[in-house]
Design a binder for this molecule. Structure first.
Ligand SMILES: Cc1cc2nc3c(=O)[nH]c(=O)nc-3n(C[C@H](O)[C@H](O)[C@H](O)COP(=O)(O)OP(=O)(O)OC[C@H]3O[C@@H](n4cnc5c(N)ncnc54)[C@H](O)[C@@H]3O)c2cc1C
Length: 257
């Protein structure tokens, strides 16, 4: 008997409707959106820390907008509470980010694709993870950091923002530090903040990062890196990391200018 093998067709991910449970301000120009995931969809929306969701929305003029947003919450929150959290920063004139920041309300229904992306790893307790991020690039790092600390790993985080007030998830990071002590080594870099430590004040340029590696953070202690933010930042940071001999570098690009 012969068996005919048909080429397997990759199934396209399907769109689902998820309801907004909460919207809360993170800063003056960023919100956290919490989505409810019904029991029947929990497996479909299971994710690895670092992955993102894709949203689809029809604008008032009939055009269709699709945008990606990384998950800030942990897989445990999905399993225990049936919730997914996202941090969305408002971009001037931004179509989806403007809608999310100014109009989205509890009870609204969004069209969403299940989690996607390779900005993730198999988290291990014996590893030291390093992250270098700017602005809304913190979102997937919140999920990765919480999962890594929960597993018993160590995390070093360099996080660049204009000011303290514009820093997304600042309070949550303080809580993680209080809970995990020296296993979370957090360094805020402020691009506009007079009177702060000079090393950590100003643009996170390759030169500044080299000095940080000389004076504050030993890159040789870090096993695996996660970089998230705009193109220019990722490019410069990756170059410096490669100079130090780092080989495991994950990158997630939010925007190319
Ligand atoms: C994998 C992935 C994950 C992402 N995760 C997040 C996240 O967790 N949180 C988050 O806030 N954003 C995230 N982004 C960025 C997000 O997808 C959108 O690009 C951003 O919200 C702008 O979309 P918009 O519709 O509001 O703006 P648009 O209407 O697309 O653009 C408006 C104007 O802003 C410029 N612009 C577009 N995107 C950006 C940007 N990111 N930064 C600066 N200027 C921009 C455009 O050139 C245009 O001039 C992610 C992007 C990717 C690819």
């Amino acid at each position: 008997m012969s068996v005919e093998l048909k080429p397997q067709r990759k199934r396209r991910p399907a769109w689902h409707k998820l309801t907004v449970d909460r919207v809360r301000a993170l800063t003056d120009d960023a919100v956290e959106v919490t989505l409810d995931v019904p029991e029947a969809l929990r497996e479909t929306f299971a994710f690895k820390p670092g992955q993102h969701l894709t949203f689809q929305r029809v604008e008032p003029d009939g055009s269709e907008v699709r945008r990606s947003y990384s998950l800030a919450s942990s897989p445990r929150e999905l399993a225990d509470l049936g919730e997914l959290r996202l941090g969305i920063k408002s971009i001037p004139e931004g179509s989806f980010s403007g809608y999310a920041n100014r109009r989205l309300q509890p009870g609204d229904v969004l069209e969403v694709l299940p989690p996607l992306g390779n900005f993730c790893t198999d988290i291990r307790p014996d590893r030291h993870y390093g992250s270098i991020v700017a602005g809304s690039g913190i979102t997937p790092i919140m999920s990765i950091t919480a999962a890594a600390l929960d597993a018993g790993a160590t995390v070093t985080l360099l996080y660049s923002n204009r000011t303290e007030d514009s820093t997304m998830y600042a309070a949550e990071l303080r809580e993680l530090q209080a809970e995990h002590g020296d296993r979370l080594r957090l360094h805020h870099i402020r691009t506009r903040c007079e009177g702060a430590e000079p090393l950590l004040t100003g643009r996170l340029s390759p030169d500044r990062l080299r000095r940080i590696f000389e004076e504050l953070v030993d890159p040789g202690e870090i096993d695996e890196w996660f970089l998230c933010g705009p193109y220019e930042l990722i490019l410069g940071v990756k170059e410096v990391l490669e100079e130090t001999g780092a080989s495991q570098i994950h990158t997630e690009l939010y925007y190319v200018d």
